[in-house]
Design a protein around this ligand. Structure first.
Ligand code: HEC
Ligand code: HEC
Length: 145
């Protein structure tokens, strides 16, 4: 084989290898930044205190990251901490009574289907500028800032 071809091949391999290693270094891990021994049950706080609500009946904002918290028809990671069965042990806020009634107001024994998809209403925090400027002020009666 031609010497320069071999040399070219080796160079190409070297370049490819380097790129792959760098990609692996910068890739975000699915389970977050914690090492493999850190339990996914350790809450990663973004804002340790409950975030003040801006209007009556606002779904409270999520004060921790929710990355990797699966919610689908089989599992609901949120409920492993926030359900009435688990909240004490996990030191989390229990979901309120309203999450147990159907749209006719009947009390159910379990979380209502319309309150099952938690992130439909409860938004996590992002360090980003507001998309739209606004001058919204909470009602003085609930303003606790
Ligand atoms: C590993 C346990 C855990 C999981 C899983 C979890 N949370 Fe939490 N969450 C907590 C704890 C602990 C708090 C803080 C309670 C406190 O302030 O005392 C909290 C606080 C909250 C609050 C704020 C309540 C308030 O009154 O301000 C909301 C909303 C919330 N979580 C929503 C969610 C949602 C939605 C999910 C799923 C996407 C989720 N959480 C998954 C542990 C968890
Ligand atoms: C349709 C919107 C909606 C969905 C879906 C929903 N919530 Fe809520 N959530 C609210 C609203 C509104 C409040 C505040 C008023 C109230 O308690 O109903 C609230 C309150 C809470 C609170 C604070 C309770 C307290 O006593 O301060 C927690 C914790 C919570 N929700 C967790 C969850 C979790 C976990 C899920 C998914 C299983 C979920 N929510 C699904 C609207 C929603």
């Amino acid at each position: 084989m031609n010497k320069s071809l071999v040399l070219g091949g080796v160079l190409l391999l070297g370049l490819l290898g380097g790129t792959l290693v760098r990609a692996a270094d910068s890739a975000e891990k699915l389970r977050g930044d914690g090492d493999i021994w850190t339990s996914s049950d350790v809450v990663q706080w973004q804002d340790r205190d409950p975030i003040p609500r801006d209007y009556v009946q606002q779904p409270p904002m999520v004060p921790h990251t929710i990355e990797g918290y699966t919610v689908n028809i089989k599992v609901n990671k949120c409920l492993t901490c926030h359900s009435w069965a688990n909240y004490k042990e996990k030191n989390a806020t229990k979901i309120s009574q309203t999450h147990f009634s159907d749209r006719e107001g009947n009390a159910l024994a379990n979380v209502s289907a319309r309150r099952y998809w938690c992130t439909q209403c409860h938004a996590p925090q992002a360090n980003a500028a507001p998309l739209v400027e606004n001058q919204f002020q909470p009602l003085p009666a609930i303003s606790n800032r």
